[in-house]
Write a protein that binds this ligand. Structure first.
Ligand code: NAD
Length: 312
């Protein structure tokens, strides 16, 4: 199979690329390295990387036209500066429109998208959130632009899948609390945790789900990829302490969440379980240990967030 992965040098995209390459597929990645890392994708047979932006429609059309993918996995997204609405719009709205139009023009059969659970807003009316929950992306530029992108995909008439994701974590993950915990705990800086809860999904479990979906060509529409359980950020912190073999003298400081943060986001994975026969298998303890082993080996140059958090 030939798969084109936008954002393939990023966390989720590179894990998917590795799995497809491992089984002999051809992969073309388009990435501008805004948040991707060069060491995520090692040069290997079957892999081509185009270093460019999906905001350039010609770049996207040329790549899709010359590679002729069977499937496009659209994982590229901008989110690292909550005030850079222009870049979020360029990458997430215009970029997605470019990817979709090129797929339509070039006859690509299928497109897979990754959507943020923030599309449901900061005060979801259900717990767990079902796929029928109304969309309320208005709280952030990231959610607004990602939701517009999802709407363009629906508009296309292509066979599409939008995976609305819980908080993915694991090796190569540079966003969310875990890489920050690692940085602070390994440099003797004080830590704090937010009073929030999140549904954490280990990246290998997530990629297993995507591979099952790729194999089922009749599948169409929105799905949740979620562990089905939410954990407090404090529990994540404890798993990090355990993986690092650190005991603190006093309990970690718990801080109230910011105005742009949700207390809990728990997604209902039942449609995914029914249609794909998929279930996550990695415990939080094992997943956090694998992420920490990665941070130790590769280091963390930068971390990213779409939130306006107090970094001090
Ligand atoms: N990680 C999560 O928990 C999570 C949750 C919900 C949704 N998502 C979505 O999953 C997808 C992958 O996210 P991730 O966690 O791997 O993040 P990531 O930052 O590691 O990957 C995104 C990749 O897109 C690239 N990129 C950004 N702008 C681009 C542009 N204009 N042109 C080309 N490449 C560009 C980045 O360099 C990066 O490699 C994104 O669409 C994101 O919105 C992720």
């Amino acid at each position: 199979m030939k798969a084109l992965i936008t954002g393939g040098a990023g966390f989720i995209g590179s894990h998917l690329a590795d799995r497809l390459l491992d089984r002999g597929d051809e992969v073309l990645v388009i990435d501008n390295y805004a948040t991707g890392r060069r060491d995520n994708l090692k040069p290997r047979s079957g892999l081509t990387i185009v270093e460019n932006t999906i905001a350039d429609g010609q770049v996207v059309d040329d790549a899709i036209g010359s590679f002729g993918p069977d499937i496009v996995v659209h994982a590229a997204a901008s989110y690292k500066d909550p005030d850079n609405w222009a870049e979020d719009s360029r990458a997430n709205v215009l970029g997605t429109a470019n990817v979709v139009r090129a797929c339509m023009k070039r006859g690509v059969g299928r497109i897979i998208y990754f959507q943020t659970a923030l599309c449901y807003g900061l005060q979801p009316i259900e717990r767990p959130i079902t796929l029928n929950h109304p969309l309320h992306p208005e709280a952030s530029s990231y959610a607004i632009s990602k939701t517009a992108g999802e709407q363009y995909i629906r508009l296309s008439g292509l066979n599409w899948l939008s995976f609305r994701l819980a908080n993915a974590y694991g090796p190569r993950n540079l966003s969310g609390p875990l890489p920050t915990f690692f940085q602070r705990l390994t440099s003797n800086r004080p830590c704090f945790v937010m009073d929030t809860r999140r549904d954490f999904i280990y990246v290998h479990d997530l990629v297993d789900c995507v591979l099952r979906a790729i194999a089922k060509s009749a599948l169409n529409g929105a799905y949740h990829i979620s562990s089905g359980a939410d954990f407090s950020i404090n529990e994540l912190f404890d798993a990090a302490l355990k993986a690092l073999n650190i005991t603190l003298e006093k309990p970690v400081e718990v801080r109230p969440r910011g105005a742009d943060d949700a207390f809990t986001i728990l997604l209902d994975p039942s449609r995914t379980i029914t249609d794909l026969g998929w279930r996550p298998t990695t415990s939080l303890t094992d997943g956090v240990a694998a992420a920490i082993a990665y941070y130790r080996e590769y280091g963390i140059a930068e971390t990213y967030t779409h939130l306006r958090i107090d970094k001090h």
